[in-house]
Design a protein around this ligand. Sequence first.
Ligand code: FES
Ligand code: FES
Length: 165
Amino acid sequence: MPEKVEYPGGVIQTRVNGKDYTLQSGFEKTLLRLLREDVGLTGTKEGCAEGECGACTVILDGKAVMSCMVPAARAHMAEIRTVEGLANEAGLHPVQEAFVEAGAVQCGYCTPGFLMSAAVLLEELPQPSKDQIKQAFTGNLCRCTGYYSIIDAVERTITRKAEGG
Ligand code: FES
Ligand code: FES
């Protein structure tokens, strides 16, 4: 169970995918359940619920975190990005496009977590090596074992960006 965190005012004020929310429920939950049940964003998945699989990965104040291990109250005054926030009016995020092209999705359950880990990696390191990509995914498990295509997708994203795409 997440540690209980005190927060002022009995509400959680947070920004998710650029939109402000004032939540009056969900205080005792995990961040994962807050996002799914109170914010209504169900793209983030629950796999193990104990910090082992990475299906629940979101970006919290610029860092990839396993939201099943984070108390909901941590969302207060924080900036969160979920898989729903990757695409914009212009289209899919480059890493989403590359996942589609590389066939890096099988059942898809792990995909939101991998996408968020990949997105934050490419923000921190625009040209990561294969080892750095593997390192970034150490917290993400794929039950369908599609690791080669997932790494291929990230490499395609890097190549395309280097070519100016
Ligand atoms: S559901 Fe959070 S790490 Fe598995
Ligand atoms: S695509 Fe099925 S768990 Fe990864």
